[in-house]
Design a protein around this ligand. Structure first.
Ligand SMILES: [Zn+2]
Length: 215
């Protein structure tokens, strides 16, 4: 069991490395772009400087890392069940939809006024196409969404039932089917309607004892 957990951790270790690298790129870029020496190192005459260049580079690296991570994760997740299939097919369009506005913002400073309109329309079409792509994936994987919703609902109701099925003596939560506390062994009170027979039996027992006592 622990070896399986370790195997999974190693298999997904790159996601942590990528996340750290993306974060480092963003943090370093914002620190360096604010440094005076970078801002004073002008590049060309348009007010562009080394600070701006470093900032754009950092954001470009972070966006690339996020996007490639999503594709790699999608490739790594095998579509063996409905939820895995949803992730396998849905991660690439979802990540693309997330990073496209960022890419647009990155190239914006380099565009002439005329080019801005053309490029903006290009991005509008790209975003619409990606939204349609994601919509098709969600439509095809509606089963997974329903399964996911049902699983979440079941987990919530299970947790609620577990809480109500707590041991009166030690407070430990027990599975709804448990008759005795797994922690201290106390007989658990059964939820109403589940074993009326036990209640009637003990009632009968008590009434017979009372009868004997009075006799
Ligand atoms: Zn107990």
């Amino acid at each position: 069991m622990t070896s399986i957990a370790r195997w999974h951790r190693e298999e997904w270790m790159w996601t942590i490395r990528n996340a750290i690298a993306a974060l480092a790129a963003l943090v370093l870029a914002s620190i360096l772009s604010g440094a005076q020496v970078f801002r004073e190192a002008a590049l060309g005459s348009g007010g562009f400087n080394a600070g701006e260049a470093v900032r754009l580079l950092g954001f470009a690296i972070a966006l690339t890392l996020i996007w490639t991570s999503a594709w790699r994760a999608a490739a790594q997740i095998l579509a063996s069940d409905p939820v895995s299939r949803l992730l396998h097919e849905g991660l690439p369009p979802f990540a693309t939809l997330l990073i496209l506005p960022g890419v647009n913002g990155l190239i914006h400073p380099f565009l002439s006024e005329k080019a801005v309109t053309i490029v903006s329309w290009m991005f509008v079409l790209l975003l619409l196409a990606t939204a349609v792509w994601l919509g098709v994936v969600l439509h095809d994987n509606a089963e997974a969404l329903v399964l996911g919703a049902v699983a979440i609902k079941r987990r919530i109701s299970d947790a609620a039932e577990r809480r109500t099925h707590a041991c009166q003596k030690c407070g430990a939560s027990n599975s709804p089917a448990a008759k005795f506390c797994t922690s201290c062994g106390t007989l658990l009170a059964q939820p109403s309607g589940r074993n009326d027979r036990v209640t009637t039996a003990s009632d009968k027992d008590r009434s017979s004892k009372e009868m004997r006592r009075s006799a």
